[in-house]
Write a protein that binds this ligand. Structure first.
Ligand SMILES: Cc1ncc(COP(=O)(O)O)c(C=O)c1O
Length: 385
């Protein structure tokens, strides 16, 4: 069994020491190596800018290349395609803004009702701006699964883009993105995967998935607040992003608006190295065991409704639930009184919550610093409500 709690100062030392942190899906605690990397960088004198004629500027350029290579190893992808930005939401808006320049009436886009709104709203907005039609593929509300044919049924020769999540940030389910990508490619469409909730919990092999764009946010996997979007190299150079004229005309630099946040990049590198040193297979196994305990405990309480699947198959270790007789906010507040952090609301998965016919649910997710004793506390606190 992994025991990595001591790697997280915010868990074992900070003012919230002693809290059970089920709020990882909203943002995890930061691993020691990432905190130190950022401080060390800023103390080192290397902080400069890119493309200068002195060594510190070279250090900045080399850092961007190094972090791209590290992300390439983490996600099994060509390092050339990595764009670093402030958040996935900002990156997807930049991407869709570029895509919109080549769209018009008659073109079609497929999004899903399982996705976080950052992979829905940007597409709806370019639909409004260009006259392209945006379809929203439903998921099966009874099972929480998004079957491949929910998307393939909407594909046509007019489909240009498919936007789909790698894992739901609300209920954890993982659509078969490799099969969806294959079907979309066969129809001549490109695929944008929101990997924000998938990346922290499983091995991601972009070569095997085959998608054209993949986004992840390092603050969901023990790193700093930043968004990382991989764009397939050929597509990256073909798209026409909004950018300042002196910025690079090819490569990821054309999507990186302004000076990169070097102090974040160095922390992204450390967090990604941390994931790889623990091993995604070990992370998956650890989280699955702790999550199984959570599922069992909540399923045993007949006042609890769990949305989506109640088994362990093809999912991230995240669930959404409500407790009969209590609002989600009341449950979250009662748990907070016992030093248990959960989220309540829709977590921007607005279409998913609407599909379940609810405005809000309580969300609990497993991270590497959450263990069975935390789960026991959560279950006990829910039973006492
Ligand atoms: C699945 C998913 N996609 C996208 C986002 C947005 O990420 P960011 O805050 O980096 O814009 C989130 C954030 O919660 C998320 O969970």
């Amino acid at each position: 069994m992994l025991d990595l709690r001591n790697r997280f100062p915010g868990v074992v030392e900070g003012v919230y020491q002693g809290w059970a942190r089920f709020d990882g899906p909203a943002g995890t605690q930061v691993v020691d190596a990432a905190i130190e990397a950022s401080g060390n960088w800023q103390r080192s004198g290397r902080n400069a800018n890119s493309h200068g004629a002195f060594p510190a500027a070279d250090d900045c350029d080399q850092l961007v290349d190094r972090v791209s290579a590290t992300m390439g190893r983490l996600l099994h992808a060509d390092p050339y395609g990595f764009v670093f930005g402030p958040s996935t939401t900002a990156n997807v808006f930049s991407l869709t803004r570029a895509i919109a320049r080549d769209l018009g009436p008659g073109d079609e886009i497929i999004c899903t009702r399982l996705d976080h709104d950052s992979n829905v709203a940007p597409w709806l907005l370019i639909g409004e701006d260009t006259g392209a039609t945006v379809h929203l593929a439903p998921f099966d509300v009874a099972t929480g699964r998004l079957p491949v044919d929910s998307i393939t049924g909407l594909l046509s020769e007019r489909t240009r883009w498919v936007a789909v999540t790698g894992a739901s940030n609300a209920i954890g389910t993982k659509p078969d993105i490799a099969a969806i990508t294959k079907a979309a490619h066969d129809a001549g469409a490109k695929v944008v995967v929101d990997g924000v909730h998938l990346t922290p919990h499983t091995t991601v092999d972009l070569g095997a998935i085959g998608c054209d764009v993949y986004s992840t946010s390092s603050y969901k996997w023990y790193g700093p607040h930043a968004g990382i979007t991989w764009i397939e190299p050929g597509l990256l150079d073909r798209l026409r992003p909004y950018k300042v004229r002196p910025a690079d005309d090819t490569g990821a630099g054309r999507f990186m608006l302004g000076t990169p946040a070097y102090e974040q990049l160095v922390a992204i590198e450390a967090a990604a190295e941390f994931l790889m040193s623990v091993g995604m297979a070990s992370i998956h196994e650890y989280e699955r065991a702790v999550f199984a305990h959570l599922l069992d405990g909540l399923r045993a309480d007949e006042r609890v409704t769990i949305y989506g699947p109640t088994n362990l198959d093809d999912r991230a270790p995240t669930l959404a639930f409500n407790v009969e007789g209590h609002t989600a906010a009341e449950v979250a507040t009662a748990l907070a009184a016992r030093q248990i952090a959960v989220w309540d609301g829709n977590y921007y998965a607005v279409e998913a919550m609407a599909s379940f016919g609810i405005d809000a649910a309580v969300r609990a997710g497993i991270a590497l610093y959450v263990d069975r004793t935390d789960v026991d506390r959560l279950i006990d606190a829910v039973h006492r409500l």
